[in-house]
Ligand binder design. Structure first.
Ligand code: KG4
Ligand code: ZN
Length: 337
C-alpha cells in the first residue's frame, strides 16, 4: 500500500485526493456547492447530491492528472460512507466501489468524524501520540472520542440536540447575519463585550452537550430588547455575539478538559469547522498548558471537509488491518461509533 485515492461527498463538498503513505498529499481538489445553499440559510440535501453527481467525475480526472498518476497506479480507494447526507454519501461510495472493483484495489470505508481527527496527523513536523481525546466540532457534529487507535475509538459524549456549529448558524440567523454563521459571529464578537448572562447547559456528570437552550435564550433576549422586529444596533449585535461565543467556548473547553482528565491522556486532537474559531483555539491552548496536555489543530486547509484526510486515514486503517472490499456496503447517515 502506497498511493491511496480519497473520495469525500458526505455533505456539500465534493472532494478527491491522492495521498502517498498516509501523509504526503500529491493532489487535493475540492468543489463546494455552499454558494448555492447560502440563499436558503442551510444545506438542501437533494441539491447537494445533484452537485456531487455533476462534479465527481471531472474532479476525479483532474485530481489524478494533478498527481501525475493513473488509476492503475493506485493501491487503494478510501471513501466516506458515514455519517452524512444519505444521497450525497451514496454518490461517493458508488464511485469508489466502481474504481475498487474495476482496478482490483481495496475499498476502504471511512468514518468522516475520525477522518477530521486524522487531519492533524497530516502535519509535517508534529505527530499526535495515541491514545488521545478526539473532539469533532462542526456544523453537523459535536462529539468527544477516546481514540486508542483509529480502528478502536470510543464515543464519550455528543450533543443531545443541535450541533455546536448549527447553534452558531441559528444564532447568526436570529441576528440577521449570513450563513454559515460561525465566521460572522466571531467577527462581530471582536467588537463586543461578554456582558449578557446567557447560560449554556453543562449536563452534570456527563460529557454530552446541549446547545438548543442558549440558542433559545438568544432568541428571547432579542425579542425583549428589539420587540416588533425593531432593528438591533451594531453594539447590541456585537455584545450578543461576544456573550454567546464566550459561553459556548467555555463549555467546549471544560468538557474537553474533563475527558482528558477522565481518560488520563496527554493529547487532545480537534477537528471540524468550528475549530477555525480563534477564541476556541486560544482557550483550548490555555487549558492544555495548565493540564500539561498537547493540543493539535488540523492544518487550516484541512479544517473543512476534504478527501485528503479520508485518503490519509484509509492508508492508516489498511496498515492496521487488511480490509477486505465489501461491495454490499451501504451509506450510513448516522455514525455507528
Ligand atoms: O466542518 P464543517 O466545515 O462542516 C460540517 O459541518 O461538516 O463546519 C461548518 C460549521 C458551520 O456551522 C460554521 O458556522 C462553523 O463550522 N464555523 C465556525 C467558524 N467557522 C466555521 N464556528 C465558529 N467560529 C468560526 N470561526
Ligand atoms: Zn465534516
Amino acid at each position: 500500500m502506497n498511493l491511496v485515492l480519497g473520495i469525500e461527498t458526505s455533505c456539500d463538498e465534493t472532494s478527491c485526493a491522492v495521498v502517498e503513505r498516509g501523509r504526503k498529499i500529491l493532489s487535493h481538489l475540492v468543489s463546494s456547492s455552499l454558494e448555492f445553499h447560502k440563499k436558503f440559510g442551510g444545506i438542501i440535501p437533494e441539491a447537494a447530491s445533484r452537485y456531487h453527481l455533476e462534479y465527481i467525475i471531472p474532479l476525479l480526472d483532474a485530481t489524478l492528472k494533478k498527481a501525475g498518476v493513473e488509476f492503475k497506479d493506485l493501491d487503494g480507494v478510501a471513501v466516506t460512507y458515514t455519517p452524512g447526507l444519505l444521497g450525497a454519501l451514496l454518490i461517493g461510495l458508488n464511485v469508489a466501489k466502481a474504481i475498487s472493483f474495476s482496478f482490483r484495489i481495496p475499498l476502504i470505508p471511512i468514518n468522516h468524524l475520525l477522518a477530521h481527527l486524522y487531519a492533524s496527523f497530516m502535519v509535517k513536523d508534529s505527530l499526535p501520540k495515541l491514545p488521545a481525546i478526539g473532539f469533532v466540532i462542526s456544523g453537523g457534529h459535536t462529539e468527544l472520542f477516546y481514540i486508542k487507535e483509529f480502528n478502536d475509538a470510543e464515543l464519550l459524549g455528543k450533543t443531545r440536540d443541535d450541533a455546536c456549529g448549527e447553534a452558531f448558524d441559528k444564532v447568526a440567523k436570529i441576528l440577521g447575519l449570513g450563513f454559515p454563521g460561525g465566521p460572522f459571529i466571531e467577527k462581530w464578537a471582536k467588537q463586543g463585550k461578554d456582558k449578557i448572562p446567557f447560560k449554556c447547559a453543562r449536563l452534570k456528570n456527563s460529557l454530552d452537550f446541549s446547545f438548543s437552550g442558549i440558542k433559545t435564550a438568544v432568541l428571547y433576549y432579542v425579542k425583549k430588547i428589539a420587540p416588533n422586529d425593531k432593528q438591533l444596533t451594531g453594539n447590541e449585535i456585537a455584545d450578543i455575539c461576544a456573550s454567546f461565543q464566550e459561553k459556548i467556548v467555555e463549555v467546549l473547553v471544560e468538557k474537553a478538559q474533563q475527558a482528558c482528565i477522565m481518560k488520563r491522556v496527554k493529547s487532545l486532537i480537534l477537528g471540524g469547522g468550528v475549530v477555525a474559531n480563534t477564541l476556541l483555539r486560544k482557550r483550548m491552548e490555555e487549558m492544555a498548558k495548565k493540564e500539561a496536555i498537547k493540543v493539535f489543530f488540523p492544518p487550516f486547509e484541512l479544517c473543512m471537509d476534504n478527501a485528503a484526510m479520508v485518503a490519509g486515514l484509509g492508508y492508516r486503517l489498511y496498515k492496521l488491518e487488511k480490509i477486505k472490499s465489501d461491495y454490499s456496503l451501504e451509506p450510513k447517515p448516522v455514525s455507528e461509533i
